[in-house]
Design a protein around this ligand. Structure first.
Ligand SMILES: Cc1cc2nc3c(=O)[nH]c(=O)nc-3n(C[C@H](O)[C@H](O)[C@H](O)COP(=O)(O)OP(=O)(O)OC[C@H]3O[C@@H](n4cnc5c(N)ncnc54)[C@H](O)[C@@H]3O)c2cc1C
Length: 423
């Protein structure tokens, strides 16, 4: 038997397992997937938990529900990959050898990277919403909070779902309005970027939203430490922002297992070919989703488009053919803007988000870069699609490559301008 091992059974790993199990002969190929956790989290749903729109139960299902029958499933933390010898060492002392390895270990928040972040105020006045624990604790806190300075801070880029911080402050504005306490809360978005949103066309559409909703913006703020006593965040250049409630998006990093394997960059993301998704270093290792170092967004939609490319290229590699499928950096993100409305952006490595209609050119039903009720319904409907089609590896009527059909004012931009907030 030849062996394919998939590390990580989140969005990308589960999709790849389902696609491969339909295509490969089980008498010839053994498919193994490894994860440390038995629960599958619908992470886009974490955004809604603090505001009571979703409960914990709405975003969790057993991982086992989504695996094909013949797959070999191992629940254990991964210790390290020995890429020279084609072996993965697990923390349960098992060793898994492989012919091909797919790394889909995602990214995680590392609040300990910031001095003072996890001291006495952690989960008392400082919360994250990128973990289920953080989102649930913040929901509890907000139920009885009487108001004050709410600061949302992005520690550094890249982060997964780069639009989530904006969505959070828009939803917070809505939440406090509905509770009749908006005048008692000051909302401030503190970002290391030089604007809330810097891609030119998207910035024009979105930039005004903060002002309209009376949300303050502090830019180019690179957090150095949290002062728990005086309740303030302090930047490396000694600027200070005071808070009563700090919602933090701490440093996002790849899995510690990647660090232990010596396969990652300084943030534990794996150097990966941006078009073929093959590891830069090892021909029989492919990387997908948030675990890569690609200049694309870290998003479930990106993992989905990548899964089509990786599937084709892995089959080519198995047959000894050149890797012809090319990932173009395609990302597609709904952005909740509050008040039951939302926006949609669609872009790739070379083309910034543009206005237009999606997915049927000229028709929609979704509108690109425009705030509509239909876009909000698309965002809320996505959870059903995720559980029932996407992670099961079913074909969706969406091409992996971004299409210009239905888009207005095409503008090809230089790769170097792609480095900011959507990456
Ligand atoms: C608040 C929030 C909102 C978001 N909103 C959106 C959105 O609206 N649209 C969108 O497209 N995307 C969104 N995302 C991003 C999306 O959830 C991720 O990009 C996507 O899940 C990435 O898939 P992945 O498979 O690469 O990683 P994950 O789905 O995170 O899976 C990684 C898996 O690897 C496992 N793993 C890691 N290390 C180890 C180890 N050492 N041993 C064993 N197992 C390990 C983990 O347990 C996990 O199951 C959002 C994310 C967050 C946090």
């Amino acid at each position: 038997m030849k062996k394919i091992v998939i590390l990580g059974a989140g969005t990308a790993g589960t999709m790849m397992l389902n696609k491969l199990s339909k295509a490969l002969d089980p008498k010839e190929w053994q498919l193994t997937i490894v994860d440390k956790e038995k629960a599958h989290y619908y992470q886009p749903g974490f955004l809604f938990i603090p505001f009571g729109i979703y409960e914990k139960e709405d975003v969790i299902k057993p991982k086992d529900n989504f695996f094909p029958k013949l797959a070999n499933v191992v629940y254990s933390p991964i210790d390290r990959i020995d890429a020279e010898n084609n072996v993965v060492h697990l923390q349960n002392d098992q060793k898994l050898d492989y012919d091909y390895l797919i790394v889909a270990t995602g990214s995680e928040i590392c609040p300990d990277e910031i001095e003072g972040m996890t001291d006495e105020l952690w989960y008392k006045s400082i919360f994250d919403f990128y973990t289920i624990e953080g989102a649930v604790a913040l929901a509890e806190f907000l139920k009885t909070w009487e108001g004050g300075e709410m600061v949302l801070n992005i520690a550094e880029m890249p982060i997964k779902c780069p639009v989530a911080p904006l969505e959070f402050v828009f939803l917070a504005d809505d939440y406090f309005k509905k509770k009749g306490m908006r005048d008692d809360v000051d909302i401030t978005l503190v970002t290391p970027l030089d604007a809330a949103f810097t891609k030119p066309v998207a910035a024009k559409s979105l930039g005004g939203f903060l002002e309209e909703k009376n949300i303050n913006l502090v830019t180019e703020f690179n957090i150095g430490r949290v002062d728990n006593e005086q309740k303030k965040i302090v930047s490396w250049d000694e600027r200070e922002v005071e808070f009563d409630l700090l919602v933090s998006i701490p440093t996002n990093m790849g899995s510690k297992a990647i660090e232990r394997s010596g396969l990652g960059d300084e943030l534990n993301f794996i150097p990966t070919n941006k078009h073929t998704l093959q590891s830069d270093e090892y021909e029989n290792i492919f990387v997908i989703g948030d675990a890569t170092n690609l200049p694309s967004s870290k998003a479930g939609s990106v993992a989905h488009f990548e899964s089509d490319i990786l599937f084709e290229n892995l089959l080519s590699a198995i047959e000894g053919k050149p890797l012809e499928a090319q990932f173009d950096g395609h990302a597609n993100c709904f952005i909740e803007s509050g008040g039951g409305k939302g926006l949609l952006i669609d872009f790739n490595y070379d083309v910034e988000p543009l206005p237009g209609k999606f997915p049927i050119p000229g028709v929609g039903p979704f509108s690109l870069l425009k705030e509509t009720r239909m876009n909000h319904l698309g965002k809320m409907g996505f959870r059903w699609l995720y559980w029932n089609a996407l992670i099961k590896g079913r074909e969706l009527p969406l091409e992996p490559q971004m299409s210009m059909a239905g888009k207005q004012k095409p503008k090809i931009i230089e790769q170097k301008t792609q480095t900011l907030n959507l990456n």
